[in-house]
Design a protein around this ligand. Sequence first.
Ligand SMILES: *[C@@H]1O[C@H](CO)[C@@H](O)[C@H](O)[C@H]1NC(C)=O
Ligand SMILES: *[C@@H]1O[C@H](CO)[C@@H](O)[C@H](O)[C@H]1NC(C)=O
Ligand SMILES: *[C@@H]1O[C@H](CO)[C@@H](O)[C@H](O)[C@H]1NC(C)=O
Ligand SMILES: *[C@@H]1O[C@H](CO)[C@@H](O)[C@H](O)[C@H]1NC(C)=O
Ligand SMILES: *[C@@H]1O[C@H](CO)[C@@H](O)[C@H](O)[C@H]1NC(C)=O
Length: 481
Amino acid sequence: MVGFATFVKALPLVAASALAGVTYPPIPEDLTTPVQQRLAVYGPNAVSVGWNTYEQLNQSCVVYGTSADKLSQRSCSTSSTTYTTSRTWSNFAILNGLAPATTYYYKIVSTNSTVDHFLSPRTPGDKTSFTMNVVIDLGVYGKDGFTVDSKKKDTIPVIEPELNHTTIGRLAQTVDDYEIVIHPGDFGYSDDWYLKFKNILQGKEAYQAILEQFYDQLAPIAGRKLYMASPGNHEADCSEIPYLLELCPEGQKNFTDFMHRFENTMPPRRESYPTPPFWYSFDYGTAHVVMINTETDFPDAPDGTDGSAKLDSGPFGKSGQQLEFLKADLASVDRTVTPWVVVAGHRPWYSTGSGNTCDSCQAAFESIFYKYGVDLGVFGHVHNSQRFLPVVNGTADPNGMKNPKAPMYIIAGGAGNIEGLSSVGSKPDYTEFAYADDYSYASITFVDEQNLKVDFISSSSGDILDSSTLYKEHNVQFVQQ
Ligand SMILES: *[C@@H]1O[C@H](CO)[C@@H](O)[C@H](O)[C@H]1NC(C)=O
Ligand SMILES: *[C@@H]1O[C@H](CO)[C@@H](O)[C@H](O)[C@H]1NC(C)=O
Ligand SMILES: *[C@@H]1O[C@H](CO)[C@@H](O)[C@H](O)[C@H]1NC(C)=O
Ligand SMILES: *[C@@H]1O[C@H](CO)[C@@H](O)[C@H](O)[C@H]1NC(C)=O
Ligand SMILES: *[C@@H]1O[C@H](CO)[C@@H](O)[C@H](O)[C@H]1NC(C)=O
């Protein structure tokens, strides 16, 4: 840590010379200033608050209450952690005993922080309609990332970040229209630092700078809405170029930042197999949502130590643990309480185009989805929006959208990112919608116990690009087909 402190102190000097290309956010004068705020469902009556600071905290505390001028409750932890290449420390506090579906005001304790607010989680079984947005493959916006023009890959102008035309901007403008966000993988695209020429000799710093910029940009949403994270391939290593991997510094390998940032804030499973943030589940109103890890921890996982992506990561659990967790978790869902079961992960096994699917993911997960009657599978990784009819083993369910046995699948990977949008390509015959003209995201409304509405929204205009409703009778208490 001594070396690190020296590095931080020397930074203004270094930045003026050798690091001229790297765009680090300025370090606030008051080092207790919270940055990169993020909230999450931690349990039926609990919310976690995570944030970073540019110094280690002795105690990480949040004060909160149901009125902005009476923050009479206080919750603290003594965890404040960092890793070799990071400039910041990750802190968290768990707010327990919350009344359900209630607006709480909170302030991270600091000599330089402000009051924000959130809606606490709905009790499992609360039948009130609510909306959960899905963003995947988002990416940092601005100089080091994508811009409104980066969908045209030939021109990437250098402009200052302004969030008007991005998915984050749309999530900010519509902040009262949804209650929760899930983000199954691919956050800042820090491992794509080398796509900007100015970063070419400064990979280590450029990677960290992109992470800081990205989570600063996300904070107005993630610090205001319950924001559920799970891993994608861009969280794995310092770069996706296999031959560079040996050069990755400690801290930029093996999902290090992702793990630090989210391990204490994603929910622990009540009964068994808790390995957040790599896999976990939570209940919210009529929904049971499971976040899986399509990157490591199952046979032939693409980012595993012998994986096809050569990202040499994981495992994060014992052998077989993730699949055991998924089976046990799904087998325990009481559909009279949470009729809707959604499973979200990063890599899809149904997609348009060629070469986009993860066959080992399909082999590991699809039959479990079918057996336990998962209603909706949510994936990304392919940079566009897609919707499929309910399907199993490549065959559309004969019932279509009217009480199918097979899960319905969507891809919501068109939220942004420096790599640009992927063309739609060939469409399997169960394709209902495929869109790659502009950035977009998905919005899932749990209408009632039988109807689930899935909309795709244009990030720039807010227009609904596609809308569909899945009908399910949900007349079996514990599904096993
Ligand atoms: C206080 O926080 C704000 C943003 O949250 C930051 O812009 C400002 O520089 C901070 N002030 C000090 C003295 O660190
Ligand atoms: C943490 O504690 C040490 C020693 O107890 C003290 O010197 C330091 O100022 C404290 N840091 C903060 C941020 O409160
Ligand atoms: C961004 O949005 C704000 C408020 O909606 C508006 O005042 C501003 O002009 C917009 N900027 C651009 C570049 O469109
Ligand atoms: C990655 O991190 C996990 C958890 O700390 C560890 O068990 C695993 O061995 C690491 N894998 C590699 C390839 O370093
Ligand atoms: C799907 O394929 C798997 C593997 O061949 C098989 O075990 C399973 O029974 C099939 N499921 C359905 C519903 O066709």
